[in-house]
Design a protein around this ligand. Sequence first.
Ligand SMILES: Cc1ncc(COP(=O)(O)O)c(C=O)c1O
Length: 409
Amino acid sequence: MSHDVATPFAPVTLADGRHARDAWPLDPDIVHLNHGSFGAVPSEVVRAQEELRALADLSPVSWFPRVAERVAQAREEVAPFVGASADDLVFVPNASAAATVVYNALRLRPGDEVVVTDHGYGAVSMGARRLARRFGADLRTVRIPLSATDDEVVDCFREQLTDRARLVVVDQITSPTARLLPTERIAHVARERGARVLVDGAHGPGLVPDAARGTGGDWWFGNLHKWPCAPRGSAVLVTSASDRDDLWPLIDSWAADDPYPTRFDTQGTLDATSYIAAPRAIEFVEREYGWSRAREAMRAAADEGARAIAAAMQPYVSDEALHASPSPVPSMRLVRLPDGLGRAREDADELRMRLLDLTGIEAAFTSFAGVGYLRLSVHLYTEARDFEAFIDHAIPQIVRLAGERRPAH
Ligand SMILES: Cc1ncc(COP(=O)(O)O)c(C=O)c1O
């Protein structure tokens, strides 16, 4: 039985006439509904990075001494895309690295508080806990209900932040719950309490226009290998803080005596081709479709897919299947899983691999407040048939697995 997704969206056609799907080297035998976790790199961008690597292999001595110049050039090209100045922006391998760079620069006192939220990305929150532990400080977790409006989110910070807060780590777009947070207003509350603010914008670039601008953070970082579709291992950290010369790249190298940002351009004999090729990905989407149109296309596809999948899931879940986010992002939606599935992050991660093995469908599952969700992701290459495949093949397996989890009466 095949389910029709009553879809207003036909496959996205690029400027060169191809269906978007044909511009990505994704396995046609796999259904790709999890762009949000690891991104997906268009073939043209894969080739651009391969060509750079070939240059390095042809003549290492021509390549490596000029890498810093090329990285600086890539900073100039990428900065306008995130609404930043190239002088405020550095490349780092990934969002996790950016958080580590900032954590490494901070000095706290016993009794100070490092603050995260219960919507935060686990690994970034673990880094925050380690930072607190190093100085005998405490970790506080601000709790935000799943369906809180932006005003209510700000109230959560007003009520739960103390004057001991020194650092607040807050997501621009949350990972388990796929929502925008009002970071500028949160930063205002944090500053009133004497805390500095690190904005985790891992999902920002590509989804939020000028993502680094107006976030209210002392530091902001974002991944280029997620929504902008750059090669993996490309992220940016942006700051104009007066003490930014306290930030050091994770690898001590020959530019250590330079100030921020150029000290980050040299990282020993690192393969920096992911940074240097990143602007090609941004240009690819702009040239072939346009970024603002892309966000609209993603929004339409995500709404349609989530509606259809939630309708098919509804008979098996105990509450509303489609989560109506108070502050949705263009490309991701939550659909509730049957009771018993994805109660904790580890279960959700396990379901991701089980489902891939059973059905050849890539999807992300998350867990929030003991409830499991499908975190549906779409990008330009997503087509209605991907949602149909999920409904026809993934949902029956999900229902079966949920049945196995439920205790027999
Ligand atoms: C909100 C958030 N922060 C940080 C990260 C870490 O990104 P990376 O694995 O590229 O370091 C992710 C990854 O999904 C994320 O969603």
